[in-house]
Design a protein. Structure first.
Length: 201
């Protein structure tokens, strides 16, 4: 059987009460588009015989999955604040360092500045720079998130997909995820059909 390109499914989905079912739905969608989904929750570990810290075991397992993957899809929906989940952003950095293709989406269509404004007092200083309640400058590039996050996708020609959803469905609506899969299929499968040449590491 021809092997499929493997996609790492990054995001805060693993923290959801129904994380397992969400992971299953995502992997089914991956298969529909011709990919094999690697969901971090697959690596949930209770411990080992050496007594190694569980958080380190999870980290190592997820890093191994990142190296195994051909590309990644990143759920950048703001999580516990104005920006994407910190762990997801770390994983995005690994993909960038490994020069692997990445696709991203967010269920919040607002830009970063708009979200920071919603989270507290934001004002313009005499020079016209936006500053938050602590006096820190706030980016105003109309990006979905911090410029270093946005730029990874722009440099590859895959802008972050912004798909606004209802607040109570922001982590369960998979339209943004499916749009990423469509882009990945169009961009990757034409050049790397199943069973063909793998994406360069």
């Amino acid at each position: 059987m021809a092997s499929r390109l493997k996609v790492y499914l990054a995001g805060p989905d693993v923290f959801l009460p129904d994380a397992v079912s969400i992971g299953r739905r995502k992997k089914e969608l991956c298969a529909h588009y011709g990919f094999e989904g690697l969901y971090p929750f697959d690596n949930e570990i209770s411990g080992d015989h050496l007594g190694t810290r569980v958080d380190l075991l999870i980290y190592r397992a997820n890093v191994a999955k990142i190296h195994e993957a051909d590309f990644g899809i990143f759920n950048l929906t703001p999580f516990r604040g104005s920006s994407a989940d910190a762990g997801t952003v770390f994983e995005l950095g690994m993909f960038a360092a490994l020069a692997k293709p990445v696709f991203g989406y967010t269920s919040d269509a607002d830009d970063l500045l708009s979200r920071v404004k919603q989270s507290g007092s934001v004002t313009r200083d005499p020079m016209g720079q936006w500053r938050d309640w602590m006096g820190m400058s706030v980016e105003n590039f109309q990006n979905a998130d911090n410029l270093m996050i946005e730029a990874v996708f722009l440099e590859q020609g895959h802008p972050i997909i912004r798909h606004a959803t209802a607040a109570d469905a922001r982590f369960t609506d998979l339209m943004g995820f499916e749009l990423c899969l469509r882009e990945a299929a169009k961009d990757l499968l034409a050049h790397h059909p199943p069973g063909g040449m793998r994406i360069a590491r």
